[in-house]
Design a protein around this ligand. Structure first.
Ligand SMILES: [Zn+2]
Length: 295
């Protein structure tokens, strides 16, 4: 884990601490670092919205200011199970109910693996680590958005709230990140392309990722195609063309069908033309007979 990932994962613990202070009944699942920050999945009757962020961030700041040590505690399997059953994992204190997701996680830890807890202040979580030394090492953070996710990504499992945030070594690094996001927004090809009259996007009738090329844009597309052809020709390639559609068998061979069938276009149903096809086939057979006889 990189230093930034440690900061972000530690911030997830601090987020869970803050949420537990406000809503002690929250049930936490997993809280990993991700590409641009971190998240923590939780189950809670209250629907957390961005309006709650200021309040949660306030508690997080308090936890960071307290500069608690992330204390690593090795624990036996029976003790970990007992703590999960008393609701002591990913919580501030024992609760009337089990820490159900943590209980499930403990039950799935391989027999030969060491089980560890991490404590920051009053908050205890089941975690393999690593973290930063102290909560105060989280230099800057911000909650960004809420999404929903199924426990372990399986739709048969409960739907959880996923709270996203980001964290950095210091305030300057975080400001740079948000400035970069703003700048990227200004340069968003969907915005620029529309402003330059290159293409139109009709999400309702066509689809969000499907540009309708206008005359100016079409010139660019064709110039790029020309350039590609010239480069290919210069490199000694020769072009071929293949149909856009193929039989089911090809998608089976390519391996797409078993995994992506649900997101693929359904096969064309040819049976409604069965009668016409039969007519054509008998007509062709007839022609063949005539031709053979003539030959
Ligand atoms: Zn952790």
């Amino acid at each position: 884990m990189t230093e930034l990932e440690r900061i972000r994962h530690s911030a997830a613990h601090v987020l869970a601490t803050a949420i537990s202070k406000i809503w002690p009944e929250a049930q936490f699942a997993a809280g990993p670092p991700v590409e641009n920050g971190f998240y923590y999945d939780l189950e809670l009757p209250h629907r957390i919205s961005p309006e709650d962020f200021a309040r949660i961030e306030e508690e997080m700041k308090r936890e960071i200011k307290a500069n608690h040590v992330f204390e690593r505690v090795e624990i036996s399997r029976p003790d970990a199970l007992a703590m999960a059953e008393r609701g002591e994992l990913a919580s501030l204190a024992p609760r009337g109910v089990a820490s159900k997701f943590k209980l499930d996680i403990v039950q799935n830890i391989p027999e030969d693996e060491t089980i560890t807890l991490y404590r920051n202040g009053e908050f205890t979580d089941l975690c393999a680590g690593p973290h930063v030394m102290r909560t105060g090492n989280i230099g800057a953070f911000k909650l960004t958005h809420v999404a929903s996710a199924y426990y372990k990504g399986d739709e048969r499992n409960p739907q959880l709230q996923r709270i996203y945030g980001t964290a950095f070594k210091n305030k300057t690094a975080m400001e740079e990140y948000f400035t970069m996001l703003e700048e990227a927004k200004k340069r968003d090809h969907r915005k620029i392309g529309a402003e330059m009259g290159l293409y139109a996007i009709d999400s309702e009738f066509v689809g969000p990722g499907m540009p309708l090329w206008l005359p100016k844009g079409t010139v660019l597309v064709e110039e790029l195609e020309k350039l590609a052809k010239e480069a290919e020709f210069a490199a000694g390639y020769v072009r071929v063309r293949s149909p856009h559609l193929a039989k089911e068998k090809m998608y089976k061979t390519s391996g797409h069908l078993p995994y992506y069938a649900e997101s693929m276009f359904p096969p064309m149903e040819m049976d409604e033309h069965r009668e016409e096809r039969a007519k054509i086939q008998s007509r062709m057979a007839e022609l063949e007979r005539i031709l053979t006889h003539d030959g």
